[in-house]
Structure formats: C-alpha cells, structure tokens
Design a protein around this ligand. Sequence first.
Ligand code: GLA
Length: 408
Amino acid sequence: MRRSPLLAGLATAALLASSLPAAAQDAPDPNRMPPSQDPARTANGLAQTPQMGWNSWNRFACNVSEKLIRDTADALVASGMRDAGYRYVVIDDCWQGTRDADGFIQADATRFPSGIKALADYVHARGLKFGIYSDAGTKTCGGRPGSQGHEYQDALQYARWGVDYLKYDWCSTGTRNAEEAYATMADALKATGRPILFSMCEWGNNQPWLWARKIGNSWRTSGDITDKWSGKHGYSWGLTNIVDMNAPLWPHAGPGHWNDPDMLEVGNGGMTDVEYRSHFSLWAIMAAPLIAGNDVPNMTPATHEILTNREVIAVDQDALGVQGRRVWKDGDREVWAKPLAGGGRALVLFNRAEAPAEIRADWAMLEVPASVTFAVRDLWAHRDLGKRRGSIAATVAPHGVVMLALKP
Ligand code: GLA
C-alpha cells in the first residue's frame, strides 16, 4: 500500500524523535553537501509573484485571538483587499499554547478556544488562505514553543489544520546553522504533501539571499521594521533604513524567491499618509511581499486607498519578477526603476528631504536611448501624462514619491 505523504511525514517525525537526541539533529553533517547545493533540491513552486496578505504582528503584536483573525478575514473581503490580491491571513507569534503528551503543538486555548482547524476553515470559506508562525529555535521571539527538534511533527500538524503559509523566525537558535535549520523545515513542509509557502524570517544575519532560493519563498533582509520614517529604535529600524538594507540585494530576487524588507506599516499611525504612500511604492518597486499589518476593520479611507492601489500593486506583481533598484541618487533625491513585462518600466521619484524637490528621470538612467518614446502614466494620480521622449521630471513632496509607469 502506498502511504500518504502525511503518514510518511509522521513516520519520519517519529523516527527523528525516537532515534536522535536534539543536539544531533542540529549539527551539520560534514559529509553532507549544504542543502542549497544539492542538485536534487527543487523549489516548491509557490510565490511566482511576491506573496500578498495580512499579518497580525505590526499592529497587534502578541494580542492575537480567533476573533481578531475572523474579523480581519471578513474585513479583507468587505474592503476589497482580498480581491486586490491580499490572499494570506497570517497569525504571527503568540498563538501557541503547549505541546500535548505526544509532542504536538496546541493553540493557546484562551485566545483560540475553537482551535486552529476551525479558524483555518473560516478563513478558507472566505476565499482566503491561512498562515501561521513558528521559529527555528527552542522558543519563539515571544517565548512560546519553537519548532527545533519538532519540525516534521509541526509541519504535519499545520498541514492537518489546513495551513497554507509558514513564517519561520530565528529567536533562541543558539549555534544552529541557518541553512540547515531552514532546509529542515522546508523538507518537513514538503513531506506533508500540502503546498505551504515558506517565509523565512532570519533578519539577514546569515545572508540567506546567497543560499535560500530553493529553500524559502522569501527571506527577511533586515531586523524588524517600526512605524517611523528613519533611525534605529531598539531592535527595529525606520522605513528609510530598511529600504537601504534591502535595495542592494536586488540581483537575488526572482519568481519563487524574494527579498523581504518586512511587513507593511501602512495605516498604523506613526507616519503620514504621504510617507505611507512612499512606503507602499518602494515596496512595490522592490518586488517585496506585500503583507499589510494594519487594523483592517477600522482603517481610514486614505489607508484603504493606499493598500488597494491596483496600479501600484501591479508593479509589485509584474510577471517579469525583477526587483527594481535605485538607478540615480543625489543627496535626498532618488530615481528608482523596475523593468516590467512587455518592455515597460516602473519609476519611483523619491524625495527624502523636508522640502519639495524637482526630480528628473533620464532615459540614460534606464539604459534606454534618449530617442525612445514612452507613454507615461502617474500611478497615484491615476492619470495619463502623455508621451515623453528622453526624460520626465516632477516636483515631489517632502518624504514623498511620484510613481510612474512608462509604456513602450
Ligand atoms: C521577530 C520577527 C517579527 C515578529 C516577532 C514575533 O521579531 O522579526 O516579525 O514575528 O519576532 O515575536
């Protein structure tokens, strides 16, 4: 009889648990090639464009509950966000209770009295996908049980619940080897037979962009974002600092494997709407995962307008799958460009200064001859600006952007 992948996973979990002490599972085998160099390894085929969804952490931190997730799922549908592309509803840290007598992870019964399976069913019934969070160490960053030594068992539990997405963090990992640790969970997810998007949250500590393209669908490139324009705030970074960490990594992104400059703060109140428009535009031009992190049922019209700007989302989701990059910088003035399928370009004219600035994008910055004509569209004004040859300039608000599409 052919065993189901789920049963095979369970057998592997039992085998691992019974035959190997926890420490032995972590040590890289010197005779084994690094997982990223194994020619037999294949990517899971998910996230051919950057994943889109919502995650509880930025707005609610550990204050998660089944009511919050249900209300958010309902609001994603009612607000049109689901139909604009936000498909994954992800519970971040602090959903976990303890492990049962057999070692299977259980939800915190106070916060999730109906259990995770019922919640996943609720989310799925609304045409959405369901995600969850764990950690490669002994404990999550919030101090809940991590997956170290329980990878196959946790993956199996998630698959039984109907999980479609795993964010996998890096707290309490001690001397673990990151490539081995993430590959182990990737293999465990694969063994379930269920397609589960794998979002790696290792903060860029071990340069995952160099080894993770067949292990995860995205990898964080920095410490945590905070809802501020700039600066370091404890372990977290302001928006512009995060942008500068993620930008140079553009060559490593592509369909199925994306740089992740962390989740969106749009609508969380620490920045102006002009700054949130810059945030959203820069994430889109960097082909970043667009994971909203706001209070969806109670968002303002301005937040809704930013998060559901389909012309900007289309830049992020463009089929060519190239991460845009900064092609020109002079002090606080920057030009960013992203090649689009069909020969077009998306541009962001970005003004970091406290005063308005004129910013000109020259075709030479795009490596396009000055004689070429593009039809130009303003993606925030939703207006065609007509045909332009050689360059285009705009006056850009302080901390603001002008975002354009150039069509051949
Ligand atoms: C880390 C991650 C965050 C969030 C928290 C949860 O800081 O980087 O995105 O998941 O842990 O505790």
